[in-house]
Design a protein around this ligand. Structure first.
Ligand code: SF4
Length: 78
């Protein structure tokens, strides 16, 4: 899906230079796979709960692809 399609579908965007991560709260199962993957990037106790780190973009994309509900998606940029 494109950025525009994801936003229209209810996903929120979190972006840096190289990566855009999208999250759809209504389908998040709160299984915590993302938080276990990297608790500095993904932290439900914080706002915004996703803070990307350019140096971790490859790792974060891999964590996002393990989200069991489909609530997380990513698009690589640049
Ligand atoms: S891995 Fe996906 S479903 Fe699980 S808490 Fe994170 S965003 Fe929600």
């Amino acid at each position: 899906m494109t950025h525009e399609e994801l936003i229209a579908d209810g996903y929120k965007a979190y972006e840096n230079e190289g990566l855009a991560v999208y999250w759809k709260p209504s389908i998040c199962a709160h299984a915590g796979e993302c938080v276990r993957g990297d608790g500095e990037v993904f932290n439900f106790a914080r706002r915004p709960w996703i803070i990307l780190d350019e140096a971790k973009n490859e790792k974060v994309a891999e964590i996002v692809s393990r989200c069991p509900s489909g609530a997380l998606k990513f698009i690589k940029k640049g």
